[in-house]
Ligand binder design. Sequence first.
Ligand code: NAD
Length: 568
Amino acid sequence: MTVARRPIDSLIDEGFYNREQRIVKAITGQEMHAADWQIEGPLRMLFHVLDQNVAKDPKNLIVYGGTGKAARNWDAFEAIVDSLLTLRRDETLLVQSGKPVAVFQTFEHSPRVLLSNSMLVPKWANWDYFREMEAKGLTMYGQMTAGSWSYIGTQGILQGTYEEFGAIAESQYGGNLKHRLILSAGLGEMGGAQPLAIKMHGGVALIAEVNEEQIDRKISQGYLDVKSEDLDGALSLALTAKDRGEALSIGVRTNAADLCSFLLSQGITPDIVTDQTAAHDLLSGYIPAGVEYQRAQELRDSDRTSYLKLVSETLKSHVLSILEFQKRGSIAFDYGNNIRKQALDLGVTDAFKIQGQMVFMRPLFEEGRGPFRWTSLVGSESDIRRLDQEILEIFSENTKLSRWIKQASSAVHFQGLPARVCWLGYGERANFGIRINELVRKGVLSGPVWVGRDHLDSGSVASPYRETEGMLDGSDAIGDWPVLNALSNAVAGASWVAFHHGGGVGIGYSIHAGFGLVLDGTDSMQERAKRVLTVDPGLGIARHADAGYTRAAAAASRHGIRIPMKRD
Ligand code: NAD
């Protein structure tokens, strides 16, 4: 019996998807597979996030951040691909937590894909219920940029981490981290950016990681310098580099809690202490002390309750150590993985004495500044380098941005489709987006460019333990802003829009939105880019102005953003 050919078979023939081995490869080249670039764009970004060089665990469709997935399962992945390959230019594909559920006729200028990931009715929004639904095959965890097909490898977070440590360096140490020791943990797909970002500011990074493969992966990607299994050796290497003022990064194969206890026992107080294990997800993201990484899954499966007890003990000890470092003089902060709340729930009553990362980042958000990223959809490295030049010319007066672009262009290894990220503000994003579209139209760039951003941004997220912690007017948990963000990006002309729950800090603690814009050089995209890239950061300014931030109110006046009810 012959099996009817499916649209996806053409991508199998071309070697972009191996069904037997579940290998996905980023699609490159000028030849389109879908009806136009507005549809080819999301298709290519889906393949890109699942490329072996991009995703953390591609065989399980996991892209990053604990279990952040791009599609619910392989059948759903194939159905999404079939749908995109047959989608008409005026149709929209609806994706419910990683599964394609319907295609409707809309308009040519409407988004081609609308995605909702991990959403639950608030009263049911907890991990237990989520996992029950996940086990029934009814939902998936989309993290922030996994389920919205906007992840660009560790570089995406590298820029954010560069900004975060840069903001600390500027406010505390006169602009750099030379002669500073930074202690952290987790060399995952996001946490793996820490060592290089710290080095870019001249500091010494000592990072605990239980999974040796992750350490090797980060070394091979150029994000980490050396690996050590010996706590004494690692510490003496770090202290020597710190004394000499040499930038260095060391991945220590050990548990975070153990490395902290060791440093405390040696009387060493790092200048900065943080953590980027995936502690938002206690079951899958945080490994207990004394358990080899490879054995963790076995223990989880055989006795989940006992496993979680071990996790709790380790996490408590870890957070108590961070509090002790803080008492001894370290700058300690929660790097957005919800470790403080997890510790508080386990009885560490002082956990929130550790500050959140927004202490350093909020001033940027007040002005609508946030992470902006782009990829060459045809896979051209030279197009990305051409855009590096463009950024350096357009924003030549911004020295921090210029330093980043120069360092990134030499230090960052591309993963999947070549990409770049930098933080841009209101006005800057629209100008740059329009410029990219022009360069595509003129043929200066060899093909269309996707632009988008992290969901961690100025106006796109409500997350009371992270982005919206400690808002001036107490509006930390007000969830309307990300909803407005998604809706306004959809009507302003984004190529796709995604709305998610639980990214970064876990189920129950955040809701957030993202979008993708395919700059294909057309007049229509010129207009749509102008609107989306203005509305999106503009809402961030409005959100902060509404909460009483004077810098945001001033930015709104300066940019002529109309706010009907101004604060006194
Ligand atoms: P990931 O799952 O890819 O990696 C986590 C890593 O931590 C893994 O390599 C794991 O082996 C390691 N690990 C787990 N428990 C450990 C322990 N006890 N000791 C040492 N190593 C341990 O996750 P990721 O994508 O790197 O993200 C990490 C966390 O940081 C997530 O919670 C994410 O939501 C958060 N995050 C926050 C921001 C932000 O800007 N606020 C940005 C990125 C990530």
